[in-house]
Design a protein. Structure first.
Length: 353
């Protein structure tokens, strides 16, 4: 485990990280307040699956028409050069949408978990990563959401993995890229490992709160319902000595348990001889799961060639601030809760009603 500690030697790098994060949050708040011009991808569409013709796909900005397993897809991406341009862009793959899947019926367990997607927020995230890494950044829409067609029920399956790989190849050819840096969060944190196992043009790989181990039903012969495996192919990652990997986790993650999902992957990679820093952080969302801001800092450091210790110290600055935010929220919650009386305590004792 890489220990994260504050150090004044890296104050400048930490200040850059804090300032860029603040700019991203401000940009997102502006988009929420003024959605004029933004495209809203409706939750109803992502729940039932997004269909699109080739002509409809071509009419949208920044798309590819790709065929995977004899099925056509329109893949949407959001490219930013807000912080600079480069021949090896940062690719951002976000987490799963629409809540859990009912494995028995292969449908959404709770459709109320779905929400609309404002594409301006996706652009803001790409802008933030571009500024942090000082190069091109591309937010890549996952299957069935964020503007990409298909059904999101096929997330983390062989179909999505092949589709994302083909999208990277299409980006490489369209813009003459030399390769990529990959950041993924949650479900996307699994995809980046799968893609790095398939490619040899990935330089930096950062997986945040990743669902590394996926358990669930698989329909034999149906790649749209067959989850891809990465834990059994670690040797392909370990053999790529040019690949720099980092894993980011909140040990108190209530959505994707760190000990069951990320720690085993880190240990397996280390046993295979690869140096993999495991950055333990503190998220501020209710489930302690969202680590996008930490990922942007880590990716910026990786792309710019910062040492592991320097990246850790920059992240530690944000972690301490987030810890203070969590304590404040907890204090506010306790202040709002009704005071406990002696009679309340007696009533909760065993045998009393």
């Amino acid at each position: 485990m890489l220990v994260v500690m504050a150090c004044s030697k890296y104050a400048c790098w930490s200040n850059v990280a804090r300032g860029s994060l603040a700019a991203m949050l401000l940009a997102i708040s502006v988009f929420v307040a003024d959605p004029a011009g933004a495209e809203i991808i409706r939750k109803e569409d992502s729940l039932r699956g997004i269909t699109m013709t080739r002509e409809e796909c071509a009419a949208k900005p920044q798309t590819f028409w790709l065929n995977v397993y004899s099925q056509d897809f329109c893949v949407r991406y959001y490219l930013s050069t807000a912080g600079g341009q480069g021949s090896r862009p940062v690719i951002i793959l976000n987490g799963d949408h629409n809540g859990p899947v009912d494995p028995a019926r292969w449908t959404w367990a709770d459709p109320s978990k779905a929400s609309d997607v404002n594409t301006d927020k996706l652009v803001a995230i790409a802008d933030h990563f571009s500024k942090m890494a000082k190069t091109t950044a591309i937010y890549l829409g996952r299957i069935g959401v964020e503007g990409t067609s298909g059904t999101h029920l096929s997330r983390k399956t062989l179909v999505e993995l092949q589709l994302m790989d083909m999208a990277l190849e299409a980006l490489r050819q369209r813009y003459q890229f030399e390769g990529f840096h990959l950041f993924g969060e949650s479900g996307g944190g699994r995809l980046v490992f799968g893609l790095a196992q398939m490619r040899r043009d990935v330089a930096c790989l950062i997986s945040g709160s990743g669902q590394i181990v996926t358990r669930g039903p698989a329909k034999p012969g149906d790649p749209a319902r067959t989850f891809f495996d990465i834990t059994g192919k670690v040797q392909w990652l370990a053999q790529n000595r040019a690949l720099r990997m980092m894993v980011i986790s909140d040990p108190n993650d209530q959505q994707v348990p760190t000990a069951a999902q990320q720690t085993p992957m880190v240990q397996t990679l280390r046993q295979a001889g690869h140096v993999v820093p495991h950055l333990l952080v503190e998220a501020t969302d209710p489930k302690r799961h969202a680590v996008l801001d930490y990922g942007a800092i880590a990716m910026g450091g990786c792309v710019l060639g910062r040492h592991d210790d320097e990246i850790a110290r920059a992240i530690d600055t944000l972690m301490r601030r987030n810890a203070e935010t969590n304590r404040r929220l907890q204090d506010e919650a306790r202040a709002k809760s009704p005071p406990q009386t002696a009679s309340d305590t007696i009533a909760r004792q065993p045998g009393r009603t």
